[in-house]
Design a protein around this ligand. Structure first.
Ligand SMILES: *[C@@H]1O[C@H](CO)[C@@H](O)[C@H](O)[C@H]1NC(C)=O
Ligand SMILES: *[C@@H]1O[C@H](CO)[C@@H](O)[C@H](O)[C@H]1NC(C)=O
Ligand SMILES: *[C@@H]1O[C@H](CO)[C@@H](O)[C@H](O)[C@H]1NC(C)=O
Length: 432
């Protein structure tokens, strides 16, 4: 990795300087007045601390497996199960909320896998509405036929099938005040600590333990997180005999859901075998009011960009970050603005924050682009900002701008994408 004179000087100074900050171990920090040649663009505009580089967080193995579709790294039988699902014509044919049914089932499985959930939960996520749902009228397997239940068992195993069975046949709304949480009547839902009796399609009613309720709701959170669009194919159209009243797919605005994802996560936490790290390990709850203000602020920047001053865009995006701290997208937009302004330190900090949030959530919020694409974009912004901070001529690792064989007719300096990936990996630091 090449460093500029400035960054080497900066790094050296930071080692010898008594004012170097110990807390950010990998971020060599210097005070601006100690080095005249320090370029403003790499300094925090508030406290004047200057930095030579901002490291990449290490990409979690499971996120990498998601991006590369290495399903067996998420579950020893991931490849086999997903390939069987994909070969069912119905999963490809059914246009679900925002993608094909198959893509949605895969996405739900991937989120639950990245959240380190036990085998039965992540596999149930893979085919959660296989027997339909209490809000969803479509099914792939007939819960009333033993033969169908047997074939789902042979696909995902006995325990996961049982969870899918409960998921698709009971009235979920009664579990842990789920309906009231979604319906905004209860801000902090609670689970019964004892078994409850809930309505069941077919058996009339069944007993559900708090552990089972927690498992069903964990799958439910991942299920909705994977959809998250305001205009939802099955919910707003397919299930309306008259065709619904808005054009699909609309503009792609994110739906509201983090308020109940976070509050339900907190409610079920005591009954989960594995608490995911998302939502500060199911500790932080955001209100629906805050989520809505955050969403609207983000959407205003998105829709009205041309009419808004840059400072207003920054303010709105900062408000989004403050009120919904779980999403990476507003950081990534901020990173782009700072980059354009030559504030490479701020750009890098925002890209790093975006990346960390994407890795934790294992999904994106703004579904106009795929999760893999958002992660890719954040990594590009972090790399380019870092290279600019280091004073390199090109924000991309170009092969050789002096060699005309690597400069094309439009004066574009050719870039080897394998080098680009290699350099991002070299910049990863544990514990960031
Ligand atoms: C810049 O410095 C201020 C004041 O110390 C601090 O609150 C802020 O978090 C810093 N910004 C970044 C991006 O590190
Ligand atoms: C609670 O319900 C579960 C099924 O969810 C059942 O297996 C268990 O025996 C019940 N426990 C009690 C104490 O009734
Ligand atoms: C700071 O660095 C950037 C690129 O690294 C350069 O474009 C800019 O002119 C520099 N500013 C100063 C004041 O040296």
């Amino acid at each position: 990795m090449k460093f500029s004179i400035i960054s080497i000087l900066a790094a050296l100074l930071s080692i010898s300087s008594s004012v170097a900050t110990e807390t950010e171990t990998q971020q060599e920090v210097i005070l601006e007045n100690e080095i005249e040649s320090t370029n403003e663009s790499i300094c925090n505009s508030t406290n004047r601390e200057c930095h030579s580089s901002i490291p990449f967080p290490v990409m979690p193995q499971k996120i990498k497996a998601m991006l590369l579709d290495n399903h067996n790294l998420l579950d020893p039988q991931g490849e086999e199960m997903l390939s069987k699902l994909q070969q069912m014509e119905a999963t490809a044919a059914f246009a679900h909320a925002r993608s094909t049914f198959f893509e949605h089932l895969k996405g739900t499985f991937q989120i639950l896998s990245a959240w380190n959930q036990p085998t039965n939960i992540k596999r149930a996520g893979m085919i959660h509405t296989g027997y339909s749902g209490d809000l969803f009228q479509f099914f792939l397997f007939d819960s009333n036929k033993e033969q169908d239940r047997e074939s789902l068992r042979s696909l995902i195993g006995k325990e996961a099938e049982e969870l899918v069975y409960y998921f698709g046949t009971i009235h979920r709304g009664d579990l842990c005040q789920f309906s009231q949480a979604v319906g905004r009547q209860v801000a902090f839902p609670k689970c019964d600590v004892e078994n409850i009796t809930v309505a069941h399609r077919g058996l009339n009613e069944v007993e559900v333990s708090p552990q089972l309720a927690a498992q069903i709701l964990m799958v439910t959170i991942a299920d909705y997180l994977d959809q998250m669009v305001d205009t939802n194919g099955w919910r707003d159209h397919h299930q309306h005999e008259e065709g619904g009243n808005k054009l699909y797919p609309g503009n792609g605005r994110p739906a509201l859901g983090f308020y109940w994802f976070s509050s339900v996560c907190k409610a079920i936490k005591p009954f989960l075998e594995v608490v995911p790290s998302v939502f500060d390990s199911c500790e932080t709850v955001i209100t629906v009011e805050n989520e809505e203000i955050a969403r609207d602020a983000y959407w205003k920047v998105t829709m009205d960009e041309a009419d808004l001053e840059i400072d207003t865009q920054i303010e709105l995006l900062q408000q989004t970050v403050e009120l919904n701290p779980f999403v990476g997208e507003p950081h990534l937009l901020l990173s782009q603005i700072h980059y354009r302004q030559g504030q490479y330190y701020d750009a890098a900090i925002q890209a790093q924050a975006a990346l960390k949030k994407f890795y934790t959530l294992a999904s994106c919020w703004d579904k106009r682009r795929s999760f893999a694409h958002w992660v890719g974009y954040a990594r590009i912004m972090l790399l380019r900002s870092n290279r600019k901070m280091e004073g390199l001529d090109s924000s991309w690792p170009v092969v050789d701008p002096e060699d005309e064989k690597y400069v094309n007719y439009n004066d574009l300096k050719l870039t080897n994408l394998h080098h680009f990936v290699q350099e991002m990996k070299e910049r990863e630091v544990e514990g960031v």
